[in-house]
Design a protein around this ligand. Structure first.
Ligand code: ZN
Ligand code: ZN
Length: 104
């Protein structure tokens, strides 16, 4: 849990949703409102609760940015895993984090 950013209740709520163990398919259908933390459908553009504009990223995108995930099937894997426990795909080297458009 310590790797998560728990500064705000909103972040805590997002983490809680992640820790419930939604599968990738479920998470792809969910978006989290940045204002109130409510889970909305991926097709929604605004929060059904508070009306705030929703990000284009789904819960799954958020999940991928927080976890090391298999490039083959998308499940979260441990930081020391060499092969995916679900599909057996070889995983990229541990410790390499995905950065959008940034040269490492
Ligand atoms: Zn909202
Ligand atoms: Zn896999």
């Amino acid at each position: 849990m310590s790797e998560y950013d728990l500064r705000t209740k909103k972040a805590l709520r997002q983490v809680t949703l992640l820790e419930y163990g939604f599968g990738p398919e479920t998470m792809k259908l969910r978006k989290i409102c940045p204002e109130c933390g409510r889970a909305n459908g991926a097709q929604d553009t605004h929060c059904t609760d508070c009306g705030a504009a929703l990000p284009s990223r789904t819960l799954y995108d958020f999940y991928l940015s927080r976890h090391r995930c298999c490039p083959g099937c998308g499940v979260a894997v441990t930081s020391i895993a060499e092969y995916c426990p679900e599909c057996g795909a070889r995983l990229p080297k541990a410790g390499v984090t995905q950065r959008e458009g940034a040269a490492v």
